[in-house]
Ligand binder design. Structure first.
Ligand code: TRP
Ligand code: SF4
Length: 326
């Protein structure tokens, strides 16, 4: 029996290089070793986008097209939308009853987001419970493991705590899932800050070659390098870190050219744009093919929800039995 994993992404915008490197390429690799569930976390997205949710459904389809284009294979993995599998919310309610407020108020991601995100009012009932729903997402499949980024570790810890508390109160129902923390190369946005749609510093998987060229040309480079004749410092240059990920064969050469002042930053960024365009070309071709036939995506999601539902219904029946001793 293969071990089971679940992961998810919120449909809040177009996917970018950070999603490819940080999640999708790992998800794609895990598909043979594990029984995989990949979820569009639309309820979680609504928690922050509730004031303007009109594009969310579109982003969901668009994101799934990118997932498939990046190698997530609906024949191997179950791909579905969270809100189409109702048991996530039912289990969320059970967990809400047993999760002490203090666990949620103390959660570092909660405190951080409340402080940092100023353009949205996140002081809502649902947002405090964000990790409870995430625990339900994971445990409703009794997942053994969850591929996530470092930033999600507090949520996984809470998931284990909730599982433990449930099992302690009602008898053993849930496993305590592990994180799968694969090595993820650090990719910053074009301005050197964290790559994020809200900073407008992303290169999207669906960007055309001319947009990629334009965005790449705007990237910040080694600030200590003023003239072409100044030697550069590739190890602290954001552009160079992209070479490490997207054109590792050229990396040594570029490093040499840069420290010996034999390559200008403009040209260096042109070459990088070419490498990005080449990397994304097959993904974009597949994406365009898939998007030509949206009914196929809808069918994949409907099948996914059905397969997911088989498991979640079983879990909820054992949860009801455990809690109500019925
Ligand atoms: N919180 C995750 C994120 O923002 C998305 C998510 C929702 C998730 N439910 C999940 C991730 C369950 C892993 C497992 O990235
Ligand atoms: Fe960075 Fe390339 Fe300029 Fe060197 S040549 S500083 S690696 S952009």
């Amino acid at each position: 029996m293969k071990k089971r994993i679940l992961s998810g992404m919120r449909p809040t915008g177009k996917l970018h290089l950070g999603h490819l490197v940080g999640a999708l390429s790992n998800w794609a690799k895990l598909q043979d070793k594990y029984q995989c569930f990949f979820m569009v976390a639309d309820w979680h997205a609504l928690m922050s986008e509730y004031e303007d949710a009109k594009s969310m459904k579109e982003y969901a389809i668009d994101n799934v097209a990118d997932w498939i284009a990046c190698g997530i294979d609906p024949k191997k993995s179950v791909i579905f939308v969270q809100s189409e599998v109702k048991e996530h919310l039912e289990l969320d309610m059970f967990f809400s009853c047993i999760t002490p407020l203090g666990w949620l108020e103390r959660c570092p991601t909660y405190k951080e987001q409340l402080k940092e995100i100023k353009n949205k009012d996140l002081s809502t009932y649902a947002f405090l419970g964000y990790p409870v729903l995430q625990a339900a997402d994971i445990l409703v499949y009794k997942a053994d493991a969850v591929p996530v980024g470092q930033d999600q570790l507090p949520h996984l810890e809470l998931t284990r705590e909730i599982a433990r508390r449930f099992n302690h109160l009602y008898g053993h129902v849930f496993p305590e899932p592990e994180a799968i923390l694969t090595h993820v190369p650090k990719l910053l946005g074009s301005d050197g800050r964290k790559m994020s749609k809200s900073y407008d510093n992303t290169i999207n998987l669906s960007d055309s070659p001319s947009i990629i060229k334009e965005k790449t040309q705007k990237m910040f480079t080694d600030p200590k390098r003023i003239r072409l004749s100044d030697p550069g410092h590739p190890d602290t240059c954001n552009v160079f870190s992209y070479y490490e990920v997207f054109d590792p064969k050229k990396k040594e050469e570029v490093h040499n050219w840069c420290v010996n002042a034999k390559l200008g930053c403009t040209e260096c960024k042109q070459k990088l744009a070419d490498a990005l365009i080449e990397t994304l070309a097959p993904i974009q071709k597949k994406r365009a093919d898939i998007l030509k036939n949206k009914s196929r995506i809808n069918k994949i999601l409907a099948d996914g929800a059905k397969k997911a539902g088989k498991i979640t219904q079983e879990t909820l029946s054992s949860v009801n039995k455990a809690v109500f001793k019925a």
